[in-house]
Design a protein. Sequence first.
Length: 380
Amino acid sequence: TKFIAEKLKNVGSIVIYVELDPKSTAPHFQLTHQSLTCTFSPPHQTSSFTISFNCTVDTSYLYQNVTTDHAQLKVRIISDDTKPKESILPCVKDVQYLYCRFCSNPLTTGGIKKVLSMPSENWLELSDLWICHRKDEFQQFTLGEIKGIKGSVLVSQNYLLFHYENLCLPAFSLLPLKKQEDLFGDPSDKWRPVLCKRCGLSLGFGESTSTSSISSLKLFKHKISSRPNNNTQIMKSNPFDEYSLETVCASEIINAVRAHQTHKTIICGRSTGTCFLQILLLNWETTIKVEADDKDTTSLFIPVLKILFIDHAETEPEDSRKLIEQWENKFSVHKISFAEEDCFQLVRALRESNEYLPSTSRKHNHMSIGFLRSLETSIE
């Protein structure tokens, strides 16, 4: 039996959708302070499953709306001590030798002695707000783009910044950059897309001073691994496993809210500028649990962004143009560009998340409801 449980901490409730077999008997629900048990009798057998809430709920309230193919339930949260996972810097040994996550191509040469944390993504444009001194003071404090430091790795929210002397330069291919807004930076002739030379995977952005050289490199966390995939004898874990294309997109959306109070995002292809998705952020304090047959229903809720989206792959070109113009003319819109293959992957992920919900709950105001996996559960 499939279900999705959505925990809304900001409104203090959990909403649960359970898929039902139209041939089964009406389900019976038993609520405790920590879980919900569903029992029903499909043809030839009686079965049940339990959803653990990982929090305490009010047993005196259980809203039920049961139809032939699904049941919608709602419970109230009394207390939830679940704390967001703290961001921890990787240790030096985790970043000495890094590999392409897809083909295990070696990307770094070692020699790392320090791991340093970088400021938030929007620190430079907000710097005027936190430098509160006379203009003639602290002249030695230089504002500008942070560059790679030899022997050190600078850790940002979604990427690692390397100096070229710690890189295996033959492993990379440097591409020209289109004159459009790009991920992790403004348009620049210096920061150009970098691919894995072996498999063609988009790995990050390189700062170059000529058509071929790389002086600094931003390696996406979701595209790298600290272990080669083809070596089964190496058992160490990859500290970057939790990062994915979804978490990167989610953090970019959250950063736009923090810096610009912008809740609308357009996802475009880097090479062509084609719009793939329009995204409206609904809720960032959401966690979900999605399970199917034979899965562990005691697993933890995972943080997500709840969003509305328009899938332009399913929209006529003329209609797409009008929808985008409506947003750009009326609202402040944040644009993010990804490699085209990443855009297709995001579209597939959102389509799949939309199918978690029953067919009658998948749309709102002509937009599809979806979820993007996130590493954060709040916007401060």
